[in-house]
Write a protein that binds this ligand. Sequence first.
Ligand code: ASP
Ligand code: MG
Length: 452
Amino acid sequence: MAGSTSAGPLIYKFGGSSVGDAARIRHVADLIAGAPRPPIVVVSAVGGATDALVEIDRIHQSGGDITVALDDFASAHRTVAHALLHEHAGSRTRVLARIETVAARLSDLGDTPLGPESGDAIRACGEELSAALLTAALDAIGTPVRWVDARRLVRTDACFGAAVPDEAALEDAARELLLPAVAGGSVVVTQGFVGATEDGRTTTLGRGGSDYSATLIGAAVDASEVHIWTDVEGVLSGDPRAVDAPRVLGRLGFEEAVELAYFGAKVLHPGAAKHAVSRGLEVRIRSTFAPDRPGTRILRDRWGPAEIAAVAFKPEVALIQVRSHPSAIPYGFLARVFDVLTRHRLPVDLVATSHTSTAFTLDVSAEISAAAAELRRFADVEVRTGLATVSVVGHGLLEEPGVDARVFQVVGRTPVHLVSQASNVSLSFVVEADDASPLVRRLHRALIEDPS
Ligand code: ASP
Ligand code: MG
């Protein structure tokens, strides 16, 4: 298991905005070259590229003509290649050739079955190009670097669009493909988000999955630390658009990070945070704009007195209230409800329950009508939308008497549809969408800015 004292490899992960244009890629290459030891670099697609590919996929699936969208995608990458490598004819030629290869593949997917499988073949192309660009940028500044194709590294099942990686296979592949390169003093660049099935069909881990790639690879090589480089200075105590004076959190427990990831703060992909906790990895969120700042350390265990760290909110929430029919048998109710949700693959956020009724929240985009129809066979079901979840996230919240009281005092007369506190790290309220922002601002002010 990884530990902070081991000198295992370093993992650096860069998001799409960090490699958004030639200047940013050059900057990232300098950061990598200045690392204490050559890191394994996991890179997302150039900002906006995956969205463009999702659109290409949509056109492709509907039988439309992708020519224009594909031209835009390819020429955006050509522009970056020219600006980045104008003094390096050799690498420029190689990167431009890769752009053409990828564009040719996109315009002729051969016998790849139409549907989720062709979707992944398309969506994975952005990372192939960002990896090529970053590799060339490192090479251009004289940093020894090797690209390892994630499709050789991250073996997954065939659940296209949300593929599940095989961690044992990844460990073997990392031993063969990553560790010797790193031991030889070379930076390794690989694609985030992307994997392949055992028989070589391209898969993806789901949108935003590069963080998950970084923690997966980190666990496979027993990394000493995984650094998630982004363009914010770390995890903030509140969304700057909602609170007056957000602060950068120096440290955060993993569970708090998971809560924050679910409830609004887009700091770390929830799957990555969960995976990192389970593997005991040290994760740091750092800013490419302020590389000398410590950023936020995400720790497996956070000690010390109870503390409210952040206030987050998630808009677009649906609340489902399920009340057992009076004639129904008095036990097994929750099991039946959750069985329906599981079969319909509906991910529940918050739950509150009593003897004969239960209420839970889902993202409004979830397809709930079929599940609701099934639930109505044995219960009354009410679906409410136009709601938001506001969560106070911290550490030791249940242990410290009086913390909840302070929170409830601030909530005051705001109408609340559901309260949920399942653990020490969060206390959440479902409120009307219009009430969410003012409540977040008041909670942040009272509990974090001015907690006297
Ligand atoms: N490029 C992929 C996406 O936009 C993966 C990622 O950014 O993490 O979803
Ligand atoms: Mg991206």
